[in-house]
Design a protein around this ligand. Structure first.
Ligand SMILES: CC(C)(COP(=O)(O)OP(=O)(O)OC[C@H]1O[C@@H](n2cnc3c(N)ncnc32)[C@H](O)[C@@H]1OP(=O)(O)O)[C@@H](O)C(=O)NCCC(=O)NCCS
Length: 157
């Protein structure tokens, strides 16, 4: 039986593990550097969560907010290849959507490579709608699709 998955806020102490997930999840050149990951974990305005199994970090999600904006930006999500297909990506996305609700935000947005089928399926399954096509969005010239999810809930005030 697959051990249960736990989602918790990331801490500075998760940097090594998050970096390892990032290296395994993205091809060289596409992965965030350690410095970028440290910024996302420790300084960025938003939140980071990690998915843990048997106490080990198997995935993370980085979320950004802006004081004046009403949307939560899903900046990065990754699961170690060995831990995929068991619901970690879904659980991390659930945490992001729950945070958006809690903050009274209206929308969650993200950009995804048009060829990234597993990610496109995950977002579509969760009700994200396709928006603008961003040509040449990535370093290698690949196109991205902007996707967004309307968040139901009480607006903050
Ligand atoms: C996209 C990504 C985060 C998904 O993570 P994941 O942990 O595999 O996601 P899930 O396990 O929730 O879902 C993946 C599949 O497993 C299936 N699944 C989930 N739990 C399952 C279970 N217990 N039994 C069988 N199948 C299951 C899901 O239905 C889904 O199937 P589908 O792809 O056919 O729709 C992962 O592929 C990844 O890290 N990719 C590289 C980084 C990346 O591209 N990030 C996105 C950038 S925009």
């Amino acid at each position: 039986m697959t051990p249960p998955l736990a989602i918790r806020p990331a801490t500075a102490g998760d940097l090594d593990a998050v970096e390892a997930v990032e290296r395994h999840a993205f091809p060289e050149g596409e992965a965030f550097s350690r410095r970028q990951l440290r910024y996302l974990l420790e300084h960025a305005q938003g939140a980071c969560y990690v998915a843990c199994r048997n106490g080990e970090v198997v995935g993370y999600i980085a979320l950004l907010t802006r004081r004046t904006a009403r949307n939560l930006r899903i900046y990065s999500v990754a699961v170690d290849p060995a831990a995929r297909g068991c619901g970690a990506g879904q659980a991390l996305l659930d945490a992001a959507i729950a945070l958006a609700r809690q903050l009274g935000l209206h929308e969650a947005t993200l950009e995804v490579n048009v060829t990234n089928d597993p990610a496109l399926r995950l977002y579509a399954r969760n009700g994200f709608r396709s928006g603008k096509l961003l040509r040449g969005y990535y370093h290698d010239g690949a196109d991205a699709l902007r996707m967004s999810l309307r968040i139901a809930g009480e607006p903050r005030e």
